[in-house]
Design a protein around this ligand. Structure first.
Ligand code: C2E
Ligand code: MG
Ligand code: MG
Ligand code: MG
Length: 286
């Protein structure tokens, strides 16, 4: 036996440590079994043109339908997968699912439709990530420009040169690139001028502040970020609008062209998405 019930150290491992190790081990096994059982699936959230509500794209968000605890959020399981290495299984799975589904999106919503997939910092630094993505696109004959890869601002901080090379290779392969959660990290603003990017995603924290903004200062900040993105040739996407007030402020005060948020729709399974109308209801004019 590894430990005695009194908590005495045997083999220099405490009871607490042993129990936490077996929990981690159990979680690893649960992840692998559930993955094999097809319990890691992609949901899709519509991305719309704010003024018209027209659906122009989607973001793919992974869900773990755990056999033990029900639905688990990627905010919980992605960090675990990054630690136990399972992220190297989940990422190709996510990219492959998107590459498989993108043709159906394009058939339903038009050839310019783009689907974004999130890439973990560990994966963007892995040397074979670009070949993996290209293989997935080739396997399903996904149209050029239909896939977009999102990385967060914080992922740019480590090994920036290396990450930039990967982003450049992705764009050469016809994959669009996005900087996610913009405004929450600590990158300097001039990164926007020399990182190979197509989209800038304005973090939800800026959008939420638009609900109660009597002096207009929050709209002014969101507007300057959006203008800066546009000046750098990027398409700006606002994240996480939940109310009509926020949508109206984004249109009228911020001048942001695109958005995705619960106001329009929550992430949903592919089949539900494909049944959506061409346009979702947007904010009415004041
Ligand atoms: P993210 O890429 O910034 O995705 C946006 C998150 O905000 C999603 O949470 C989405 O469901 C949520 N959201 C969208 N609209 C609203 C809104 O109006 N209000 C609120 N409160 N939330 C909104 P989710 O799906 O839980 O994903 C969390 C994060 O997990 C993502 O943030 C992304 O960083 C990561 N993630 C998701 N799927 C994957 C994946 O396949 N691979 C990797 N590496 N990371 C993923
Ligand atoms: Mg994202
Ligand atoms: Mg985001
Ligand atoms: Mg986020």
């Amino acid at each position: 036996e590894l430990y005695k019930d009194t908590g005495t150290r045997v083999f220099s491992i405490t009871k607490e440590r042993f129990e936490s190790l077996s929990r981690v081990h159990e979680l690893d096994r649960l992840m692998r079994n559930d993955f094999a059982a097809g319990r890691f699936v992609m949901h899709y959230q519509p991305r719309v043109e704010l003024t018209t509500g027209k659906i122009v794209g989607a973001e793919a968000l992974m869900r773990w339908d755990s056999s033990k605890d029900g639905m688990i959020s990627p905010g919980v399981f992605i960090p675990i997968a990054e630690k136990n290495g399972f992220i190297h299984t989940l990422t190709p799975h996510a990219v492959r699912s998107v590459a498989r589904d993108v043709g159906r999106f394009c058939a339903a919503f038009g050839q310019d439709f783009t689907v974004g997939a999130n890439l973990s910092g560990i994966c963007i630094r892995s040397p074979n990530i670009v070949p993996i993505i290209k293989e997935c696109l080739d396997e399903f004959g996904a149209p050029r420009g239909s896939l977009e890869i999102e990385i967060t601002e914080s992922q740019l901080i480590d090994q920036r040169r290396f990450v930039m090379d990967r982003l450049e290779e992705l764009r050469e392969a016809g994959v669009a690139t996005a900087l996610d959660d913009f405004g929450t990290g600590f990158s300097s603003l001039h990164v926007l001028t020399h990182i190979p990017l197509d989209y800038l995603k304005l973090d939800r924290s800026f959008v939420s502040l638009l609900s109660d903004d009597p002096t207009g200062k929050h709209a002014a900040i969101a507007r300057s970020i959006s203008e800066m993105g546009k000046a750098c040739g990027l398409q700006v996407i606002a994240e996480g609008m939940e109310t009509e007030t926020e949508v109206r402020a984004l249109i009228e005060k911020v001048g942001c062209p695109l958005g995705q948020g619960f106001f329009f729709a929550r992430p949903m399974p592919l089949e539900d998405f494909l049944a959506l109308p061409e346009c979702l209801p947007t904010a009415s004019k004041h």
